[in-house]
Design a protein around this ligand. Sequence first.
Ligand SMILES: NC(=O)c1ccc[n+]([C@@H]2O[C@H](COP(=O)([O-])OP(=O)(O)OC[C@H]3O[C@@H](n4cnc5c(N)ncnc54)[C@H](OP(=O)(O)O)[C@@H]3O)[C@@H](O)[C@H]2O)c1
Length: 443
Amino acid sequence: MSAAESDSLRTQVALIGMGTVGTEVARILTEKSETMTHRAGRDIRLKRVVVRDATKPRNVELPAGTVADNIQDIIDDNEIDVVVQLIGGIEPAREIMLACLAAGKDVVTANKALICEHGDELFAKAREQGQSIAYEAAVAGGIPIIAVMGQSLTANQIVSIEAILNGTSNFILSEMLAEGRPYEKVLKEAQRLGYAEADPTMDVDGTDAAQKLVILSQLAFGTKVPIADFPREGIDKLDLLDLQYARELGYIVKLLAVAKLVTGQLELHVQPTLVRKEQPLAQVNGPYNMIALTGDELGRAWFAGAGAGGVATASAVVADLIDTVVGRTALTFRRNDLWSERPSLPVQPAEEISRRYYLRFMVDDKPHVLADIADILGRHGISIASVVQHETPETSPDEANGNCVPLVIMTHTTTEGKLRSADEELDALSSVHPPHSRMPVLD
Ligand SMILES: NC(=O)c1ccc[n+]([C@@H]2O[C@H](COP(=O)([O-])OP(=O)(O)OC[C@H]3O[C@@H](n4cnc5c(N)ncnc54)[C@H](OP(=O)(O)O)[C@@H]3O)[C@@H](O)[C@H]2O)c1
């Protein structure tokens, strides 16, 4: 075979970033090169790897001279057709991706923050250049949810997405409940086990799940919703007591990311939510993700698995790379509704979101407290479905809590707006110790 013929059966690839995910991508491409060649129908050659510090020891052995620290080497190399971009954050990742696209290279990425915030600009550039961006690994790591939504469910209009999209938060919630341990202690354990980063802020405050929800909403509804435009709460302020009361009531608390069509509007939120314990979403424990999709033709379907981690994420990155080499990505990329010209759907104002709610107050154990709370809720049009207050011993009031006890109320369906309007009055009651807890319910 001539050199020209063998080149025509080879795709040269570059990797930018060789950290947690990049290392596993390089390992798979190196260790399984024959299988990858078979699946892609052509040789996939990892020609160059660019990192910040090329002198750092790496866990994958690559031919001498492969690892470098100059990104321009990749951009200027006309033999490189596909760039796997695995550095985090916005800059310089955004500039690098734009430069790769402008240089006529297809891109594969796992960078959810970048796709969430600058997807419109990046996808427009790729379309203008006739290139593609594959981003399966950006949402739910090893679960092929982008392929499911972008290819397998195209007969459907997705009507709802209810998902656990952050494995760190799910691990912490599962452990808190199973071990009866408070948030701070379990977070430390999660960091020790490698399920939480040294700085876990984006995971535990709901940002990571919200970024992924924005990407899924784009794909399902063709609408860009900035993160600031919908309610987002994390698990970092959750009290173990609320997880335990929820369980007693037949629910498990999950950090749930929800996007659904409600009478022509998009309802979106990321919040700790009480999920009925019989539901599949309630049964996902540990550092896993699950996405429940409802399509207008299919009905409901559930997809679960490892949502992060170097190996699971690399599995999605390499699959995207093969799809790009084979030409499948280009076909679906052109048609997908992601950051398209389709008119956006309006986002439902947070005040109008309508659900049942769990409320927990710390109250003085004395007459008329429940009546006062019920009166305020009633005046704001909020109807009570049930009340839980455990008996305290008559003879030995809880000295440590100053005779203060939890009072839990489940409401009938109401709106976030009505509850917000009642907040101030409730917390101003002399027998209530503010703030009270509030979580939505998914029945
Ligand atoms: N880790 C996961 O489980 C996971 C899951 C899903 C998605 N993701 C996403 O995947 C991406 C990569 O994550 P990761 O965990 O692999 O990150 P990481 O471990 O921090 O690795 C980042 C890599 O990028 C390189 N790098 C950083 N800035 C650079 C620059 N300016 N020029 C060249 N190279 C640069 C670093 O080089 P040095 O090695 O020399 O420092 C390192 O190799 C992120 O967008 C992340 O959100 C990660």
